[in-house]
Design a protein around this ligand. Structure first.
Ligand code: PLP
Length: 557
C-alpha cells in the first residue's frame, strides 16, 4: 500500500504543494520499503492468501473499493513483494523503475490498443517507433540498418520473431529461390533447417518448435566433443561443413540459422564472434543474436570489443524487463530485414479494418514528416494483434535514466557481481565457496582495463552480472552441502546444491536460483536498478552475511 501511495503521488494532482515534494525523496522512500521487504512471501501469508482467493465468480459484483481492499489485504501479503527489490537474484528479473511503473500505470489508464498505425487518431505508434530508435541508439546500432523493429511480450516472443525470419531466409537459400515464403506455403519437402548455437537460451528451442523447424534441429556447439576449448568460429565452421556435406550426399537441402547469446544466461559469457559473420555469409546463414540480458553491456566501454559485433546480426533480441528495469511484458526485437518481418507477420491477406489508412492522408499531423507516415502497424511486426501500449513504460524509463543512468546501473550491477566473486575466490567467502565462472576479462584473450577500482592487473573475474558458484568440498562446509567423492553417489551432488539453495532462500533476505553446471551450481544474477544504490554497502554486506550464516549456522545479530 505504501508504494502504491507514493507512486500515485507522482501524478500531478493540481495542488502546488504536492508538486513541490521532490521526486527523489519519493524514490528514496520506495527504495527503503523495497529493501526491507522479505524477498519472497512468508509461508503463513501464502497460506492465508490462498484461503482467501475467491473460488468462483461472485453472483453480485463488488465495488471497486472492495476489490482493491481485497487485493491489498488478502492477496498482496502472499506475493513475493521483494521480487522487485535489490536482493532478488534469481533468473535475471530486473526490477521496475518508479518512472517505468508510472508509465505502465498510465498505459493502463489510457488503454491504447497499439495495433494499427492511425496517425490521425493517436500518437501511440509514433511514440513506440521513437522508443525503439532510442533503444537502437543506446546499443549503438545504426537506425537505418535495423529498419525492422518491434516491441513484444518478452525476449521469448522476440526470439520467435528472429527464428521465424531466419526460417524463411534459410529456406530461400536452400531452395535457391528468393521468393519462396514458408509463411505463405509451409515448409517445402526435402528441406531441413539446422539451428547452430553457442549455449542458447531454452526459448530458442521453443521458437523452433513453434515455427516448424523442430527442436531436434537445434545443435548447441558447446556440447560437442570439442567443447569450449576451441573457438566458436572453428566449431561453427566444422558443423557447417559437416551438415552441408551430409545434405549433398543425401540429396536433402539444408539451410542454416546461427544463434549466439550476447551474454549467456548461465555464466554471462559473450560468444567470441571473430569470423562468425564471414562464415554466416559464406554459408548463407541467418545470424540471430540473443541479447536478452547482455544488451546494455554496450554502454560500458570495457565491453566495446564485444558490443561492436552486435551490428553483424540479421536479427537481435533484447529485453526491457531485464536490465532496462521496466515492468514485465517488455520485449524488444530488431532485424535488418523489415520486409522479412512484415512478409511473415502481415502476409498478403490483411482484413480491411486492420490495414493502415493511406499514408499520404491530408490530415496527417505533419505531412512533411515522412517517418510518421511510414511507421508500420505494430500488428504487422509482432505476434499480437491487439496489445497494450508497452512502449510507454520503456519510454519513461529511458527518459528518466538517460544514457548515463543506464551506464551507471549496468556498471553498478557488474561491480556488485564482481565483488561477490572476489569475496568467494580471494576473500573470506573462499573458505566455503568457489566461483565457477571466473574468466580473463577479454573473451578474445587481450587483456583490457577492468572497471574494478581495485587496480589488480592480473584480472580474473565474472564476465558480466552473473555469479555462478557452489559450496567447496571442504571440512568447513556442513556435510549436507558437500559433494560426494564417489561416482556412484554423483547424483546426490545436485541434491546437496538444492539443499543449499533452499537454505539461502529460506532466509528471505536474498533469493538465488540453480545454475547449469555438472554436479549442480547456484546462480546470482544482479540486474535490479536498486542493487547497491546509495546503500553504503548494505546489499553486499547482506549477501555476504546470508552466505556466511548458512555455512556457520550463525543467525543474524
Ligand atoms: C531471459 C532470457 C530469454 C527469455 O526472455 P523472457 O523475457 O523471459 O521471455 C531469452 N534469452 C536470454 C539470453 C535470456 O536471458
Amino acid at each position: 500500500m505504501d508504494i502504491l501511495q507514493i507512486l500515485t503521488s507522482f501524478f500531478p494532482s493540481g495542488s502546488s504543494e504536492q508538486a513541490a515534494v521532490k521526486d527523489d525523496k519519493k524514490v528514496q522512500a520506495i527504495c527503503d520499503i523495497l529493501r526491507s521487504y522479505p524477498v519472497t512471501a512468508r509461508s503463513e501469508n501464502m497460506k492465508s492468501g490462498i484461503d482467501q482467493v475467491y473460488k468462483g465468480v461472485p453472483e453480485e459484483g463488488m465495488s471497486t473499493e472492495e476489490v482493491v481492499a481485497h487485493i491489498i489485504n488478502s492477496i498482496s501479503p502472499g506475493l513475493a513483494a521483494g521480487q522487485s527489490g535489490p536482493r532478488y537474484f534469481g533468473f535475471v528479473t530486473g526490477g521496475a523503475l518508479p518512472a517505468a511503473q508510472c508509465g505502465d500505470i498510465l498505459a493502463t489508464i489510457y488503454d491504447q490498443n497499439v495495433q494499427v498505425h492511425l496517425p490521425n487518431e493517436s500518437i501511440s505508434t509514433a511514440v513506440e517507433w521513437r522508443t525503439l530508435e532510442m533503444v537502437l541508439d543506446l546499443l549503438d546500432l545504426p537506425r537505418d540498418l535495423f529498419g525492422g523493429r518491434s516491441l513484444t511480450g518478452g525476449a521469448t516472443a522476440s526470439n520467435i520473431l528472429g527464428i521465424a525470419c531466419g526460417r524463411d531466409y534459410a529456406v530461400q537459400r536452400a531452395l535457391n529461390d528468393a521468393t519462396y515464403s514458408v509463411a505463405d506455403n509451409g515448409m517445402p519437402s526435402g528441406v531441413r533447417i539446422r539451428v547452430l548455437t553457442d549455449r542458447h537460451h531454452a526459448s530458442i528451442e521453443k521458437a523452433t518448435a513453434i515455427v516448424g523447424i523442430g527442436r531436434k534441429n537445434v545443435v548447441d556447439l558447446s556440447a560437442t566433443s570439442k567443447g569450449l576449448s576451441t573457438p566458436f568460429v572453428n566449431r561453427l565452421e566444422s558443423a557447417l561443413q559437416v551438415y552441408h556435406g551430409q545434405a549433398i550426399e543425401s540429396g536433402e537441402k539444408v539451410g542454416f540459422i546461427v544463434v549466439v547469446s550476447f551474454a549467456e544466461v548461465n555464466t554471462g559469457d559473450f560468444t567470441d564472434m571473430e569470423g562468425v559473420k564471414r562464415l554466416c555469409d559464406k554459408y548463407s546463414a541467418w545470424l540471430h543474436i540473443d541479447a536478452a540480458f547482455g544488451a546494455l553491456a554496450c554502454l560500458l566501454p570495457e565491453y566495446s570489443n564485444v558490443s561492436g559485433y552486435l551490428k553483424d546480426a540479421d536479427s537481435i533480441t533484447a529485453d526491457g524487463h531485464k536490465t532496462f528495469n521496466t515492468p514485465y511484458a517488455s520485449g524488444i526485437f530488431f532485424t535488418r530485414s523489415a520486409s522479412a518481418l512484415t512478409a511473415i507477420m502481415a502476409g498478403s491477406t490483411i482484413p480491411a479494418y486492420l490495414a493502415a489508412p493511406p499514408s499520404t492522408s491530408q490530415d496527417a499531423l505533419d505531412p512533411t514528416a515522412s517517418w510518421l507516415s511510414s511507421i508500420p502497424s505494430p500488428l504487422h511486426t509482432n505476434l499480437d494483434n491487439s496489445r497494450r501500449f508497452i512502449a510507454l513504460p520503456l519510454y519513461s524509463s529511458i527518459l528518466h535514466m538517460g544514457r548515463k543512468g543506464y551506464h551507471d546501473l549496468m556498471e553498478r550491477n557488474v561491480l556488485f557481481a564482481r565483488e561477490i566473486a572476489e569475496w568467494m575466490s580471494n576473500g573470506d567467502g573462499s573458505q566455503w565457496y568457489e566461483c565457477l565462472n571466473l574468466r580473463d576479462m577479454d573473451p578474445r584473450g587481450e587483456r583490457i582495463t577492468p572497471i574494478s577500482a581495485r587496480g589488480i592487473q592480473d584480472f580474473r573475474t565474472v564476465p558480466l552480472n552473473v555469479v555462478l558458484f557452489r559450496a567447496r568440498n571442504v571440512d568447513n562446509v556442513p556435510v549436507s552441502y558437500r559433494r560426494s567423492t564417489s561416482d556412484e553417489q554423483a547424483k546426490q551432488d545436485v541434491l546437496a546444491t538444492i539443499m543449499l539453495i533452499k537454505d539461502i532462500n529460506a532466509t528471505k533476505r536474498m533469493f538465488v536460483s540453480p545454475g547449469a553446471y555438472p554436479g549442480g551450481a547456484i546462480r546470482i544474477a544482479v540486474s535490479n536498478w536498486m542493487t547497491g544504490l546509495n546503500d553504503s554497502g548494505t546489499d553486499l554486506e547482506c549477501v555476504k552475511e546470508v552466505l556466511q550464516e548458512v555455512m556457520t549456522g550463525a543467525t543474524e545479530p
